[in-house]
Design a binder for this molecule. Structure first.
Ligand code: SF4
Length: 233
């Protein structure tokens, strides 16, 4: 489909990963990192994507043209960030990609429930980040409204039919085993059956430092609440 027939999309893109086996479950995907995030997480691994710049460093049409050349090879396109939910034209961007035959994925922390609701009918899969217990959210996100927005967004996902994954990055400097137990309890209370714990690695010039995941005994305790998968880097 020629892109000249499509509506002009204004979406701020910080970077594109042209090939990934990790960002959409079981599919080869490309990842569009949207620029801008209202959170400012203490451990953010993509801090360059936090400022919401007005001008995109990458043109959306160029991304679509690249994807057209990869049709048949790439199966999915994931909108990541930053947080894609702050992009006004997210629905149109997703629509244009989905109409070319790609599955559409979303990585989000649920920063804009209203937009999440708008785009869910054309979204095939959501990777949803839970930062910590909702009571302590601000300690990680440094955003006073983040807990409320994340809860609203999570409820929207749970009421929809979209496929999703709930995951938490375990940075042991900011999240304790008691916090993890608190998250597990509330996820179970919401009827969520599976939870992914992502290992956090602190990278510095003096070397990488692994921030320890819960130990084997603690993981077994968490499994009393729901199925737990460990994702190591
Ligand atoms: S929500 Fe994600 S992108 Fe935004 S500051 Fe937190 S870790 Fe970084």
């Amino acid at each position: 489909m020629p892109i000249t027939n499509a509506l002009k999309v204004s979406i701020s893109i910080g970077a594109v990963l042209k090939f990934s086996t990790l960002d959409y479950p079981g599919k080869l995907s490309a990842v569009i990192f949207c620029q801008g995030c209202p959170n400012n997480c203490v451990y953010c691994h993509n801090p360059d994507f936090i400022p919401a710049k007005t001008a995109s460093s990458i043109n959306f049409d160029e991304v679509v043209n690249f994807l057209l050349k990869r049709q048949g090879l790439l199966e999915a396109v994931v909108f990541s960030g930053g947080d894609p939910l702050i992009q006004n034209d997210l629905y149109e961007a997703m629509f244009q990609i989905k109409s070319r035959g790609f599955l559409v994925g979303l990585h989000t922390s649920g920063v804009n429930p209203k937009r999440l609701k708008e785009i869910l009918d054309i979204t095939d899969w959501v990777g949803f980040d839970i930062k910590t217990t909702f009571e302590k959210y601000e300690n990680i996100t440094r955003n006073k409204v983040s807990a409320q927005l994340a809860q609203e967004s999570l409820n929207i996902i749970l009421k929809s039919n979209v496929a999703y994954e709930i995951r938490t990055t375990v940075d042991s400097r900011y999240i304790t085993f008691e916090d993890l137990k608190g998250i597990a309890k509330s996820l179970k209370g919401l009827g969520i059956q599976k939870w992914v714990l992502q290992e956090c690695i602190l990278r510095s010039k003096s070397g990488d430092q692994k921030l320890l995941l819960p130990n084997t005994d603690e993981i077994e305790q968490l499994k009393q609440y729901l199925k737990v998968e460990i994702r190591r880097q």
